[in-house]
Design a protein around this ligand. Sequence first.
Ligand code: ATP
Ligand code: MN
Length: 463
Amino acid sequence: MAMARIREILQTGEPDQVITVKGWVRTKRESKGFTFVDINDGSAMAGLQVVLNADMDGYGTVVKDLTTGSSVEISGLLVESPGKGQRVELQGQSITVFGTAEGETYPLQKKRHSFEYLRTLGHLRARTNTLGAVFRVRNACAQAIHQFFQEQGFLWIHTPIITASDCEGAGEMFAVTNLDLAKPPQDPSGAIDYSQDFFGKPAYLTVSGQLEAEIMAMAFTNVYTFGPTFRAENSNTSRHLAEFWMVEPEMAFCDLVGNMDWAESFLKYIFKFVLEQCPEDMDFFNQRIDKSVLATADNIINNTFERITYTEAVKLLEQCDRPFEFPVEWGIDLQSEHERYLAEDLFKKPVIVTDYPTGIKAFYMRLNEGGETVAAMDVLAPKVGEIIGGSQREERLDVLERRITEAGLDPATYWWYLDLRRFGTVPHAGFGLGFERLVQFMTGMGNIRDVIPFPRTPDNIEF
Ligand code: ATP
Ligand code: MN
C-alpha cells in the first residue's frame, strides 16, 4: 500500500490501485448514499476527491468527524472519476481521524476571507488556497535562484547576521545587545559603555551582506548570498518588511553592463522556472489575484528590459503631464510613483535605471567620470517599483577613501574593506534582490505581508 502525496496522485496516479493519503479536509458535501470529501495536503492547489459510501463501516461517525480542517488518513481504491473536474478520485475504505477541527469554531470555513483577517490567523492561513499557492511559488523561486547560480558556477556563501558595520550608512538598523537595558553601564561622559557589551562594541542585525560578499568575490570570483536581512523601516508600506530575505550576487571582473546582463538573465530564468514548476498556482494568481500575472511573466521572459540613465529618466518624468505628488528634478531620489510610472505606464516592462546622482547613493558605488553620478543600477518592475538595487563597486583605493570620508564615515572602521583595494583589487559589481518583492511581483499579491509566512513589521511580531 503506497503512501503518496496528492500532487503525484492527481498527475500520475494509476486507477485500480489501493492507496493511502494523509491530509486535511477542505470541504465535505453529503448527498444521498454518499459523502464527498476534498482532502488537501499542501502539495498542490487541488485536493483529492474522496467518495465515502454510506454502507461503509462507521459511516455516520466518520462523516460527522470529517469537518473542514480535520486531519485524516484515508485508504481506498483509486478510480477514474466519473465526475467533471478531476481525473481520479478515491473510494474511501478505511479512515483514521487524527484530529477533528471543533466544528463551527474553526476559523477557515469555506468562504472568502480578507488578507487582513487572514494575517490575524498566521498559524492557519497557510492552509488557504491563496497562501498555499504563494508559499509553493516562493519555494520554487528559491529553488530557481540556487539553480541559476549553481549552474553558472557561483559559490553560495553565508554572511553574518550580526554585524558591526552599517553597509548602507543610512541608519535603519536594529541593535543587538545583551546589556541590561534598565541600567546599562556608562562611561565617564554618561554615554552607554559598549566596551562592556557582548562584542565590545555596538552590534546590529545586518542590512546587507554585500561588504562581506565582496571579500568572498575577491577569492571565488562569483558568489551569492541568500539570507535574512533586517531593516528598522518605519514606513508602513505594502513593500517593506523589517525582516526580509535578500539575494546578493557579487561578481569580480564585472562592470555595470555585465551587472545589468546578470540581473536580466537571472530574472528571466526565475520566471521561466516558476511557470514550469507551478503552472496551476500561477493560473490561480492570474484568475483570482491579478489578471496581468501571466502576461507579466511572459513579458519578462520574452522582452529585453529597457535600459535608461537616471538623467534620461528624469527627462521622461518631467515631460509626462501627470502630476506627481513628489515633484521631479535632477538630483531627487526617485519615488515609488516615479518608478511605477516608468515601468508600468511608459515602458510597460522592467526598466533598468543607471548612473544615479552621487549624492543620493552609497559610498561604495563607483564614481563615474566627472564625479556627478555613480555606476548604480535599479531594476524597476511594474506594480512593485524597485525590485533590484545594485552597482559597480568603487575599486580604486584613493577614491573609495575619499568617498567614505565625504559620507561622514570613519575610514578606520572600514580597514578590511579598504584592504581589498590594496591587495589585488579588480573591477567588480553586484546587486541585491529583495526576495519578497520578487514573490510579490511574480504572484501579483498586493501586500508584502502576504508573501512571507511570518511577516515582521512595526508592532507585529505574533507567530
Ligand atoms: P526601497 O527604496 O524600496 O526602500 P532600498 O533602496 O532601501 O529600497 P536596497 O538597499 O537597494 O533597497 O536593497 C536591495 C533590495 O532589497 C531592494 O531592491 C528591494 O527589493 C529589497 N528591499 C529593501 N528594503 C526592503 C524591505 N524593507 N522589505 C523588503 N524588501 C526590501
Ligand atoms: Mn529602503
